[in-house]
Design a protein around this ligand. Sequence first.
Ligand SMILES: [Zn+2]
Length: 370
Amino acid sequence: MDTCTKCIIPSDSRVSFDNEGVCGICRDYDSLRIHRKENFDGLLGEIRSARGSHGYDCVAAFSGGRDSTYMLYRLTRLHGLKCVAVFGRTFFTPPEILESARRTCAFLDTPLVEIDLGKTYSKEFCRSMIRSWLRKKHPLFASLACCPCKLINRHIFHTAREYDVRFIAYGGNRLEHFHAAASDTSPGGSERFSPRHMMRDMWRTVLKGTALTFNNPELLRHLSLLVQASVLYRNQYTPYLRLRYPGLRAFDYFHYAEWNESELARILGEVGWGMPASCVTSWRADCELEELKNLMYHYDLGMNHVDAFYSNMIREKAISREEALNRRERESFSPARFRHVLRILEFEESEFRFLLDDRARAAVNSSRRT
Ligand SMILES: [Zn+2]
C-alpha cells in the first residue's frame, strides 16, 4: 500500500496529497498540543483545594481500557488524588476488561461505580444503524452505531454530584485525534474544546442530523436517543452539560500530561491489566465494536483509526515511520474480534466480507479453521 512519505496515511484515502507524496495533514501540521504541561499544576492545586464533603477530589471516566487505566493510576498514585471511577458496560465490553477494571480499582483503592448501559445501548439500535450503513454507505451511520455509549456522560456527571466533587477527569488522548478529511473542522490548541467552538459544533451536529433524518425518516423513531446521545451528552464539553452542571469542570488528563507508551506498559503490568484474548493490540481493547467500526471507516475514508493514531505518533516524534508501518501490519485487524462482534450483532459474516482486503480475508479464513 502506498502511503504519505512522512506518515502512514494511505495515498488512496480522502486526504489530499501534494506532488511530493506528502499528505495534507503532514503539510499543514500544527502540533496536537492542547494545554501546556505546567498548566496542570494550577489545575491540580484547584482540585486539591476543592475536596468534597465525602472526602473525594475527582471522578474518573473509566472505560477499563489502557489509557483510562493509565490515567487512574497517575491521578491516584502520582498526584495523590482520591478518585471515584465510573465504568460503563455495554454489549461490546469484553469480560477481561470488566475484570481488569475491578482489579485496577481494588489495587488503587478506588471505589468503582459500574453502570450497565445495556438498556439504553440497545442491540437493535446498533443493528439498525449498521443495516442503514450497509444500504446507504453514509459515514454518519457508522458513527451513530455506537452513539448510545455517550450516555455514560450523564452518569459520570451525576456521580460527581452524588460524591460532591467538582472535577471530572477523562482519558482522551490527543494522539487519537482523527483528522477525518473534510469532516474535521476542529481548531487547534485549547480552542478545540472552548464553549464557543462546542456551541458551533452543536449546531453543526443538529443541522447534519436534521438532514440525515429528512432523507432517512426511519431515524425518527430513535429521535429521543439520537438527540441525547449526539447532542446533549455527545462529549464532556457540550453546552448542555455546561449549563446543567455549572459547578463541575471536566478535563482530559492527557491534554496536559505527557502520554508515554513505555510508562503505560509498565503501569498496566503493575495493576494486572489483562488484554482480551481476541485482541491484537491493547489499544481500544475495551470495545469490540471498534473492530467493525474501523473497517467501516476505512471503507468510507480510505484510512482508519490505526492509520490516524500512528501517523499522529510519527508527527509528534513518538515513533518512527518504519515502526508505525510494522505495527500497522500486526495491529490493524483481529479476525477473532471481527467474527465475535458479528456474532454479538447476529449478522452474517458474508455481508461484511467486502470490507476485508486480501490479507484480512485470509486471516478470517484461517481463524475459521482453528
Ligand atoms: Zn502524512
